[in-house]
Design a protein around this ligand. Structure first.
Ligand code: 57M
Length: 358
């Protein structure tokens, strides 16, 4: 919005010319989102405590978690507020991709809010059933997939990392593919959010990686040079992902071990969906498997554990998702978290290298 309000005044005040630069706006979107999250978190945490939105800890989990009983959750509301406000302030709000990303984030945030609200306010209710959640997620992702499919000029070709000449056209199958990407990343982040800072760290890293991807994809000269598909207008999504980076950084200040607040489904579901949506818009969907590799590892560990237990009656891991396996092996919680952050950073670097290695 500031772009639309202030840039036109640059003829009067030359300094305002800086608002035309995407790099300037994405940096200040990150800083703004950080400050909103950082400054408001203490009062939001107090408010969540006052209305007793405290996390119930399952007895069947690692014993080290029992001391977390009552930790305020649903802190994701603050992350969403910071992301949306910073994006509206610093992005070009006439850009349809920006509104699509914000819509996806808000929609998944409402699903998470409904789940958390029923969990934490109902009399020990379990929140939304898995079926209700997956149907709501699927319908929202389907709406996004259809939007892209019918968006004039949008390509349904699949961009495969490392192979610049192999771009299979999925045609109508692009819609279920986009649904899979968005719903999959939403639930993978949700599963990962099981230790202090474990989800928000890799979300921050993935958001930073996709800030670079969106910036490059939206820049004709850079995308032509790198032989990647140029998508006019996709660059504005870099403001959105930079806001996610900043808001996550602010939230991490309070969610790091020992956490004084959890994000709740109202945070994990939209953050995953936001990354999935940006991956689809920027035509770097498969890259999300690498950038969000920690989320993929966490989700696969659950799939393998459940499949093994159902088929053989035996577990592969001491406990799934895999972060609990390391806890059960005696790793302290912060050690598990930081080591998975290190893996997330390495995977993000590797994924960015694929922009050049084609
Ligand atoms: C999402 N939620 C955390 C918090 C957070 C199929 C099965 C793998 C499902 C999975 C499950 O229930 N996943 C739900 C993970 C929960 O965190 C809350 O949920 C929000 C995210 N959606 O924001 O509000 C717990 O995680 C801990 N936590 C922290 N710090 C944080 O910053 O310590 C969360 C955020 C919190 C807190 O203890 O209560 C969660 O773990 O439930 N189930 C599991 O993950 C369970 N695994 C399991 O049952 N494994 C089985 C089979 C089914 C694979 C097996 O290995 O045999 C584990 N989780 C729990 N207990 N709570 C183990 C048992």
């Amino acid at each position: 919005m500031l772009y639309l309000l202030l840039y036109p005044l640059h003829t009067e005040f030359a300094a305002l010319n800086v608002f035309r630069y995407l790099s300037f706006r994405l940096i200040y979107a990150a800083i703004t989102a950080f400050l909103i999250a950082f400054v408001l978190a203490p009062s939001v945490i107090r408010r969540l405590q006052a209305i007793k939105v405290g996390q119930h800890i399952r007895e069947d989990g690692p014993s080290s978690h029992l001391s977390k009983e009552g930790t305020p959750t649903m802190g994701g509301i603050l992350i969403l507020f910071a992301v949306i406000l910073a994006t509206v302030l610093w992005a070009d709000i006439t850009n349809p991709y920006v509104w699509l990303a914000l819509g996806a984030t808000l929609g998944y945030g409402m699903i998470g809010f409904a789940d958390d609200y029923r969990k934490f306010t109902g009399s020990k209710s379990k929140g939304l059933t898995a079926g209700q959640k997956i149907v709501a997620q699927g319908l929202l992702a389907l709406a996004i997939g259809l939007f892209f499919y019918y968006l004039p000029g949008y390509s349904t070709k699949l961009n495969v990392p490392f192979f610049k000449n192999f771009t299979p056209d999925l045609g109508l199958f692009y819609i279920p593919f986009a649904v899979l990407v968005i719903v999959g990343s939403s639930n993978a982040v949700n599963l990962t959010d099981g230790l202090d800072g474990l989800a928000v760290g890799p979300v921050m890293i993935a958001a930073l990686a996709y800030t670079i991807v969106a910036y490059v994809v939206g820049n004709k000269i850079m995308s032509d040079y790198l032989l990647i598909p140029h998508i006019d207008g996709a660059g504005e999504l870099a403001v959105f992902t930079a806001a996610i980076f900043g808001a996550s950084l602010g939230f991490l200040w309070f969610n790091t071990y020992p956490a004084t607040v959890f994000m709740g489904d109202v945070g994990s579901l939209p953050l995953g969906a936001a990354l999935g949506t940006v991956a689809v818009v920027s035509k770097h969907e498969l890259l999300l498997l690498l950038v969000g590799g920690v989320f993929v590892i966490e989700a696969i560990s659950v799939i393998f554990q459940v499949a093994s237990f159902k088929s053989r009656g035996k577990r592969i891991f001491l406990m799934a998702p895999i972060h609990h396996h390391f806890e059960m092996k005696g790793w302290e919680e912060p050690k598990v978290v930081v080591r998975l952050w290190i893996i997330a950073i390495l995977l993000a670097l590797l994924s960015l290298s694929t922009l050049k290695l084609r």
